[in-house]
Design a protein around this ligand. Sequence first.
Ligand SMILES: Nc1ncnc2c1ncn2[C@@H]1O[C@H](COP(=O)(O)OP(=O)(O)OP(=O)(O)O)[C@@H](O)[C@H]1O
Length: 716
Amino acid sequence: MGSFMEIRFSSGLNLLKPWVFSAINWGLGLNCFCIHGSGLGVSREDVNANDYKLYEEVGEGVSATVYRALCVPLNEIVAIKVLDLEKCNNDLDGIRREVQTMSLIDHPNLLRAHCSFATGHNLWVVMPYMAGGSCMHIMKSAYPEGFEEPVIATLLREVLKALVYLHAHGHIHRDVKAGNILIDSNGAVKLADFGVSACMFDTGDRQRSRNTFVGTPCWMAPEVMQQLHGYDFKADIWSFGITALELAHGHAPFSKYPPMKVLLMTLQNAPPGLDYERDKRFSKSFKELVAACLVKDPKKRPTSEKLLKHHFFKHARSYDYLGRTILDGLAPLGERFRVLKTKEADLLVQNKALYEDKEQLSQQEYIKGISAWNFNLEDLKSQAALIQDYDDTPNAEDQDGSIKQRDHHDVVGSSSEKMSSEMASNSIAASSQEDGLNDLHDLESSFASFPIKPLQALKGCFDIGEDEDANGPNWKGVMLVESDTKSSGPMDQDAGRREGENSGQSDSFTCQVPELKKYLSGSLIPDRGFSPNKVTGDGDRDFPPLKFPSERNYSGPLYRQRREANNTSSEDASEGAVVQRGRFKVTSADLSPKGPTNCTFNPATGGSTCPTSPNLRASAVLPSLQGILQQNTMQREEIIRLIKYLEQNSGKLGDLSEVGTNDLLQIPPSSARERELQSQVLQLQQGVGNLVEELQRQKMKNMQLEKQLNKALANN
Ligand SMILES: Nc1ncnc2c1ncn2[C@@H]1O[C@H](COP(=O)(O)OP(=O)(O)OP(=O)(O)O)[C@@H](O)[C@H]1O
């Protein structure tokens, strides 16, 4: 740990108002953290606010404002980060960590604090003034489409040197992003913001903090999001890779999506990367570097030390190159910051109708790329509720070189559009709601049983990170309420990376539907009565599993509407496709003309293997076709009977199919049994939906056969 020293606060003071607590520790007991031999060249134990003259604002974070300032005794320009301790609520540990780390680090590529002290309910952190500002601000002001490769190589190499140092000292930065890469007037690069950094050697609470969400969603490594096994310094390598993409495109991948969607996309999709076609302007070595960092399995990511030796860094220049290129002609930092702030304020006004209070703040913070975005459960629930089916192709879009206009303005605009359209769809589902905000609240309350670890909960409904194994899809029943929060599958999707990128796939979420063995083979009516337990079972199966792509199992009416709308899916209707649902298997080959003979109908399976031909004789075809028709009619009747049966046997099921899953979830389950029953009812509901879908499919098939029949009759 070298010079890293530990400064502890008295835990007995925790009940005090945070800023009082901090002022005591910063202002009295520990005074200020002064750096001996710092850039200011002095050691002062008695610094206070009177020694500084604050000038204009040059930056803003979630709980801090940064000013250009003059250190009067030394007549030197500095930056002062003013943290409002009242706003920080209980995150004193984070502040302490930041100040502590900033005071103790000693590396030319890390922003070191000169000193810090409490004044009123603020904490002032005095640091070197980085006149160029952050890379994010520079891009927003002058390079909305990102930097050229030599600039990126130069910036990244400096950042990597900082990471090598931090990692060697057992620290994880946890918030590597363009907004935290600062440049001084000469082009020197420093990684800043240790507000969420963590020490690998920590124990107790601090160790536990590595099992929490920390960072900014777009830059956050999958293992950080997952909260399963904790994470280590490799999380910084992922963020470093995302930062590389950010510097290349002017925005981070997925930056236009709401936070929850970003989390899910990061977990579910192939890792983002530079596209060999669309990002032609970048070298192969850059693409390789990004690909090496953005591997989902942290163990497969290189260390910062190894990465520093990557041949991509041969493109790097000395830092004064940055001064001559990207800083050249830029307005003073304060002025740039003011312009950007005005833009943001205008957009806030425009979007006021869409966002209110917390939601607005949260969304805006997220859009600004502020670290430690508020990941509280309520926010996550509402974000999750706003997620729509994956009908878009985020990867393709994010990697599309043609869509690189994301300055702040555009990002806010697109997000708000998305939010509004998502709210609109949800309000269709919840018909009684008057506006988008009400929708949001209602949707939030509908997540009464949303488990504490949201992403693990989502495993239950989105099958996060679990690939289908070689033997077929993972065939877990949907258990929204009682989902197994422990299970996790292999996260490494490297193999699929290139396919994902090239096809622009969206990697739709899939909801696994429960087993319906009894109803998809043999009689449609269960012979030993209907037992919900059987449905949830995971026993032997003699039929191919069903998957409903892009469906949320908790969206009530919306879910049903979507499925109904999809009933005429191309899968079933298209010629040449193999349609396989339980015992029904129809191929285009089966329907195509083959010859006058071999016309068979298997009443046991109901499957058609009956060829047709212009020369076919009606006498040969008709009995089979009539048989099929009859079979379909029977099946239809059976399905209807089954629906009635289910309605009778599960009491409220008839009502449930009307009210939707959301309403179900609004009733807080008081016992484990109740929860179990609730999840069984959900499964039953899905079973019914499943059967209805099957019925529709049969209808379609019927129609096709009728057509064939008519055609055959006409030919004869
Ligand atoms: N020493 C500095 N010199 C010049 N500008 C700075 C300096 N430190 C910070 N800034 C500017 O202020 C912004 C906010 O600072 P900082 O990131 O430290 O605050 P924060 O509250 O931790 O923000 P966040 O959590 O969003 O990263 C930075 O993005 C940068 O543009």
